[in-house]
Ligand binder design. Structure first.
Ligand code: HSE
Length: 429
């Protein structure tokens, strides 16, 4: 049996998952890869920190050079997260002819092209299954199993932390902060949870999915992004009254050569399969022109699920090493697609607005919607407090540019106290 040495960069949540999988599934990993794999070095900041795993003496190091300049180490597994120094270490590993596995969505979304080009030039592989949707084999699914298709649409719940928060707010009336704290304690959240709750994490993942599915390198600036921090218990309650729930959706749709890319809280019918994707689970719906609709469901975050994707990538590299026919050898050529501008999106919209409780207000508001070509599907008045009432308005399909213009005008009305939240409604018809 051939032996192979590998190194991990980082021994946090995912790193310890990877270590555990190598320990617990040693026989399977050996048989399926054809190699006896040994983790001989792990880069950490502090060798004395207790991480709840038993690492043999001499494996932990604080010196990256012990890894990058060690010719016996053939695969470097980057699990540091963040841009720096992760990207530089990956580049240097590739330059030193080492294969690289990473779970780093930020680096792959923002700098993936440079890294993949470099890997191709240096004849090594760069795999990154763990960067999107944790344990769900979505990248290999797209690149291998669905490669006969033109992908038309991807709609996904691809951030475990926000799904956990929205689930707890919706099913247990928990408040935002407590739910976030629980998600952090369970190891789902990023080091800085802003990346989760403001949807940067989901945006990076959508960029990676889009790049593989639609064959173009996506500039994340072209993805409309909105976080979940404005979603209140009131929105969740009113959504339920309409037969909807609120999920953070990442959406990529192609129509006539134009791509629509967006990540935002969305109201979806409670009968839709995505509405029942709860806690930290992720799910991705893909529409291919041959296969039709597919749904991938599973754990999108956490130590062992993400570790599962990472170890599988290591095994894939060892299987593919001889041929170099791999997902990282497929180069994007299709940069002719247009990206739809935000003001051209078409959707139904839910608006929660606080107004003065007096005669003529509804008339004023309706006039503004009408003037801006927005047709109202329903309008409901909620409880009065100190002369202010909440109006909940749901529109028919409208163009987002028209909605924005109407909101600008509404905001200027004396009778409007505040525009509280605007949420898109996806009916999946
Ligand atoms: N913070 C991420 C999430 C972890 O909550 O989904 C996996 O990328």
């Amino acid at each position: 049996m051939n032996k192979i040495e590998i190194a991990l960069l980082g021994l946090g949540n995912v790193g310890t998952g990877v270590w555990e999988i190598f320990k617990n599934n040693k026989d399977e990993v050996t048989r399926r890869s054809g190699y006896e794999i040994e983790i001989t070095k792990i880069l950490v900041n502090d060798v004395d920190k207790d991480r709840g795993v038993n690492i043999p003496a001499g494996v932990l190091t604080t010196d990256i050079e012990e890894i990058l300049n060690n010719d016996n180490i053939k695969i470097v597994v980057e699990l540091l997260g963040g841009m720096h120094p992760a990207k530089d270490y990956m580049l240097r590993a590739i330059e030193n002819s080492k294969h690289v596995v990473t779970a780093n969505k930020q680096v792959m979304a923002l700098e993936g092209k440079e890294l993949l080009d470099k890997a191709r030039k240096n004849g090594v592989l760069l795999y990154y299954e763990g960067s999107v949707a944790g344990g769900i084999p979505i990248l290999k699914g797209i690149e291998e199993s669905l490669t006969a298709n033109k992908i038309e649409e991807i709609v996904g719940i691809i951030n475990g932390t926000t799904n956990y928060i929205l689930t707890k707010m919706s099913l247990e009336n928990m408040d935002f902060k407590d739910a976030l704290k629980e998600a952090q304690d369970k190891g789902y959240a990023e080091a800085d949870p802003t990346s989760d709750v403001e949807s940067y994490d989901a945006m990076y993942k959508l960029a990676i999915l889009t790049s593989l599915s639609f064959g173009l390198d996506v500039d994340v600036e072209n993805i409309y992004r909105e976080g979940i921090t404005k979603v209140s218990s009131l929105d969740i309650e009113y959504a339920k009254e309409f037969g909807y729930c609120i999920k953070l959706l990442a959406i990529a749709k192609e129509k006539n050569g134009t791509l629509e890319l967006r990540v935002h809280p969305t109201m979806i019918p409670i009968a839709h399969p995505l509405a029942n994707v709860n806690d930290s689970f992720n799910a991705i719906l893909i529409k291919g022109n041959a296969v039709g609709d597919l749904m991938f469901y599973g754990r999108g975050a956490g130590s062992l699920p993400t570790g599962s994707a990472v170890v599988s990538d290591i095994i894939s590299i060892l299987r593919n090493d001889m041929t170099l026919r791999s997902i990282s050898t497929v180069e994007n050529k299709e940069n002719s697609k247009q990206i739809l501008k935000r003001d051209s999106y078409k959707s139904q919209y839910y608006l929660r607005i606080s107004v003065k409780d007096m005669s003529g207000v509804l008339g004023e508001i309706s006039t503004i919607w009408g003037k801006n070509k927005v047709s109202i599907s329903s309008i409901t008045q909620k409880g009065e407090k100190e002369g202010i009432v909440t109006l909940v308005i749901v529109t028919h399909d409208a163009i987002e540019g028209d909605i924005i213009k109407a909101l600008d005008e509404l905001e200027k009305l004396d009778s409007v106290y505040s525009l509280d939240n605007l949420i898109r409604v996806e009916k999946f018809e």
